[in-house]
Write a protein that binds this ligand. Structure first.
Ligand code: TNX
Length: 510
């Protein structure tokens, strides 16, 4: 690998000529280092094999599943290539690339992908896909040649967490819709899916000790649209599917506000013992659990216990945003009682940045969403050693409209065109929260106005790849002109994949 390319602006490395229209220098998110070799193209043929080290079998099977439908080739997974041309997946020890990095070498004689972990191999496979023609994503056999662009990539992420959030509470999305989104985001090296499972308008996860949360509280959605919920078995299946795409699920139960669905279902969750009316409008900040009632903490204990038992990831998200109906002192009381419950069931706390006002354990990750609001408490948490997840509403919220005419979405934080969504740096957003205090980035998609998978795609594409690049790529590669040229080349893939994206006039789409 040429380390001279490390840190070069993408615009400089993109000047390397290539014989195919694709190049290792075009990958999104931009790699740490990429050096094209126009003479080093590899051709997939009916004789190509996928060779996999012990421990690489799952990624090898996944790669085979990606390549077989369009090529129609057998692409057997073997442990020894025995002289056949191969894509070889190797596990080793390379101190340069960490737990998610990889080195990819494409030559005439074969493709070698090396990483320290299966996660790293998986991310390398996402780069490899982009070196093949976009027709590789077709569902049926295409009769054509399959050339992998030649060269070398050495790559690893800037931040450990690159997330997407889907609000399944305002509108419900079926498991198959969540899985579709998982596949769409995985190709940009997103490694975390935050599911917003409960809000004022609906409760979406079965809790066996409070069964009506799902069966009654799950019936509703914004504007009287149909609701729904995941059984625990369905949730586990979503979690397992995400894990097969090397994505960790973080479930959120928002509290002490955003709780109307629970409090309209169970009267005992209200201080006066009376169930509140169901609400399907989109107001925020009016609901609050009863902070002084012991029943509240039995409820939280039951929910957290059941959710922790079906969530293999380390973190549970306890919300904490916009608790305008909870007096500040009560908010702190609530956080002091609830955060230890999460710890008791073996999990760590993440929550919206308002939780930074409480006395957080150092493992807790506040998620910054405002702009200019609670910066002092967030910076103070960072100074105490907490890492901060960055999802500023005015840049990273996928539910913001692109422009005033965008038929979906909201505009309370900003209008966010593609260039705006790409135009920020997580390590210089909040004074006192620098590179080493940033856990990563997240692109939340709130769904007050989002009802279908097409709606999700229209808001997430093309902005989600920009957030993914901000989270993965070295800051030195950050360059709008270079990015928009690389992004344009992604569009044929989205067409083949059936992604209904927004054709922003800021990008010269292919
Ligand atoms: C604010 S941002 C909310 C959500 C809304 C969103 C709509 C945050 C932590 N809370 O309840 O869905 O705005 O953009």
């Amino acid at each position: 690998v040429s380390l001279t390319a490390v840190g070069l602006p993408a615009s400089a490395s993109a000047a390397t000529p290539a014989t195919t229209e694709r190049s290792v220098t075009d990958v999104v998110p931009a790699p740490v280092s990429a050096k094209a070799d126009p003479k080093g193209e590899f051709k997939l043929t009916p004789f190509t094999v996928i060779s996999a080290d012990r421990g690489a079998g799952q990624v090898a099977d996944y790669l085979r599943g990606l390549l077989r439908p369009a090529t129609g080739y057998p692409l057997p997974v073997v442990t020894r290539p025995a002289g056949l041309p191969a894509i070889s997946l190797q596990l080793g020890h390379d101190s340069r690339i960490g737990t998610e990095g990889y080195e990819l070498k494409v030559a005439r004689t074969g493709v070698s992908l090396r990483a320290n972990t299966a996660d790293g191999l998986f991310e390398g496979v996402q780069s490899l896909r982009q070196l093949l023609p976009s027709a590789i994503d077709a569902k049926r056999v295409q009769h054509r040649t399959w050339t992998v662009a030649g060269g070398t990539i050495l790559d690893y992420p800037r931040f450990g967490e690159r997330g997407a959030m889907l609000d399944v509470a305002r509108h419900f999305f079926r498991p198959d819709q969540v899985k579709l989104y998982v596949d769409q985001i995985a190709q940009y090296k997103i490694n975390t899916l935050h599911l917003h499972l409960a809000d004022d308008q609906g409760w979406r996860i079965e809790i066996k000790s409070w069964p009506k949360l799902a069966t009654v509280g799950g019936k509703t959605a914004v504007d009287g649209d149909p609701g729904g919920y995941y059984t625990q078995a369905q949730y586990r299946d979503i979690v397992a599917y995400a894990a097969s795409r090397h994505i960790t699920v973080i479930p959120e139960i928002d509290m002490p506000g955003h709780t109307n669905a629970a409090q309209s279902t169970y009267a005992e969750l209200n201080c006066d013992g009376k169930a509140v009316p169901v609400r399907t409008d989109t107001e925020v900040g009016y609901s609050s659990l009863c902070i002084s009632s012991p029943i509240t903490y039995r409820f939280v204990d039951d929910v957290v216990r059941e959710l922790a038992a079906i969530t293999p990831g380390q973190y549970l998200h306890i919300g904490g945003d916009e608790a305008h109906a909870t007096p500040p002192a009560d908010y702190l009381t609530f956080e002091q009682k609830v955060q230890p419950i999460v710890a008791r069931y073996g999990k760590k706390v993440t929550g919206w940045h308002e939780i930074a006002k409480s006395d957080l354990p150092v493992s807790a990750i506040p998620q910054y969403w405002d702009f200019g609001g609670d910066n002092e408490s967030v910076a103070a948490a960072a100074a105490r050693g907490n890492k901060i997840l960055m999802s500023p509403a005015n840049y990273a919220y996928l539910d913001m409209k692109y422009n005033p005419e965008t038929p979906l979405g909201q505009d309370w934080a900003a209008l966010v065109e593609v260039k705006d969504g790409y135009g920020w740096d997580p390590a210089s957003l909040v004074t006192g929260v620098g590179e080493n205090q940033v856990a990563g980035v997240e692109a939340p998609l709130w769904t007050e106005t989002i009802r279908t998978s097409d709606d999700i795609e229209y808001m997430a594409f093309p902005r989600l790849p920009g957030i993914a690049e901000i989270g993965w790529s070295p800051k030195s590669t950050h360059n709008w002109d270079a990015y928009r040229a690389r992004l344009a080349k992604q569009s044929p893939r989205w067409v083949t994949q059936g992604i209904d994206f927004y054709r922003s006039p800021q990008v010269d789409w292919k």
